[in-house]
Design a protein around this ligand. Structure first.
Ligand SMILES: NC(=O)c1ccc[n+]([C@@H]2O[C@H](COP(=O)([O-])OP(=O)(O)OC[C@H]3O[C@@H](n4cnc5c(N)ncnc54)[C@H](O)[C@@H]3O)[C@@H](O)[C@H]2O)c1
Length: 352
């Protein structure tokens, strides 16, 4: 009898993602993820690229982020709702799919709330590896919410940053971040203002959530030689930096057409010169010019980074077995007999 045959798709739940990251180890996982992200940046021209597709509302945004390298296709569904946190929900959640371009069949279905935090942090650290001063040792993190500890761990794993200066509008968030990171060998200073947090910092990460144009860093807070990792400004009308800082910085972006709409550079003219990160990684463009320049990674998050993250997770499934099989694709024995599969299932139900 022809019924649905076993054509299952591996599904990585939140529970299995946690097990996977802990089994590999947080820092080794971040390093492996960063290597995959970097390898995919190196072959940037191979990717089919477009701005993500947003659906804006008064409260937030829901976005689809597709890309393909010609063999694999991936997309992420992700939201950004800053008010969620006060209602006991995540500001950012996501899930994603990796598929085989040659059959169109999905190969992986995964949670991407944790994976987004990991990939965002890994991407930030890859950028900083190329752009921050080589002697950078102190990082300020402004905004101590869901993403913050991941940023700290990635900068430790890739750049050896162990000294942190934390600030959040809500002191309870800073305390949570300090407590969560206490077992990982950081030297942490909890600060009372953003100005205090950036004192002596070589790298400044801004990762706040607010659905409007904000000034987390005013012009006087960015001194010579600093690297700014601006993560929270990632939607039209949602920025974190004073415009004057941008005018004094060398600006590096993921995919200019998307960043010009969503990033800090939405504050500048549409043709303002920026450098694409992949070109720096490939050696085709200059990164940091000298120890006194301000470098700015205007991060908004691009589809290739999620593709890399899904690819990395997929590569770990066989050895770890940390997934469930999802009955996601109908697969009758005779491909044209989809309807027959349905009515035979009814007959089987009646007989049971
Ligand atoms: N660039 C990317 O790839 C990327 C990826 C993921 C998330 N994000 C963005 O990162 C931001 C943070 O995400 P999250 O999941 O950590 O959010 P979250 O809501 O968990 O935390 C945000 C924190 O920012 C603090 N905050 C808000 N305004 C502040 C201010 N003026 N000064 C200091 N702190 C302030 C809040 O109190 C909160 O603790 C969001 O804006 C999100 O959209 C960007």
């Amino acid at each position: 009898m022809t019924t649905a045959s076993l054509n299952t798709v591996p599904f990585v739940s939140v529970d299995n993602m946690m097990k996977l990251v802990l089994k590999i180890g947080i820092e080794p996982f971040l390093k492996g993820l960063a290597d995959t992200i970097e390898a995919d940046f190196r072959r940037w021209p191979q990717f089919d690229k477009r701005e993500r597709v947003p659906c804006h509302s008064a409260e937030g945004v829901i976005e689809l982020m597709p890309t393909s390298d010609g063999d694999l296709y991936g997309f992420k569904y992700v939201n950004g709702h800053p008010k969620n946190m006060k209602e006991g929900r995540q500001t950012v959640t996501g899930f994603g799919v990796l598929a085989d371009v040659h059959t169109g069949y999905p190969m992986l279905f995964s949670e991407m709330t944790l994976l987004t935090a990991l990939r965002t942090a890994a991407t930030s650290a890859v950028a900083a590896k190329y752009l921050a001063r080589k002697d950078a040792s102190v990082m300020a993190i402004i905004g101590n919410g869901a993403q913050s500890e991941f940023q700290a761990m990635a900068f430790k794993a890739l750049l050896g940053i162990k000294r942190l200066r934390l600030y959040d509008l809500d002191a309870a968030a800073t305390e949570k971040c300090r407590r969560n990171l206490s077992a990982f060998g950081f030297e942490i200073v909890a600060c009372k203002t953003a100005e205090e947090a950036v004192e002596g910092a070589d790298i400044i990460t801004t990762v706040t959530a607010d659905k409007r144009q904000n000034t987390i860093l005013s012009d006087n807070m960015a001194g010579p030689g600093v690297h700014i990792n601006a993560v929270g400004g990632d939607s039209p009308g949602k920025t974190e930096l004073a415009r004057d800082i941008l005018l004094r910085s060398d600006i590096f972006v993921e995919y200019p057409p998307q960043t010009r709409i969503e990033g800090e550079i939405q504050q500048l003219a549409p043709d303002y010169p920026v450098t694409e990160l992949w070109q720096v990684i490939n050696g085709e463009a200059e990164g940091r010019r000298d120890d006194r320049r301000i470098t700015l990674f205007d991060s908004v998050g691009f589809a290739t980074e999620d593709f890399s993250a899904l690819r990395f997770v997929h590569s770990l499934l066989k050895e770890t077995g940390l997934y469930q099989d999802l009955d996601l694709v109908a697969d009758p024995d005779e491909p044209r007999d989809l309807f027959g599969m349905l009515i035979r299932a009814e007959a089987a139900q009646k007989a049971a």
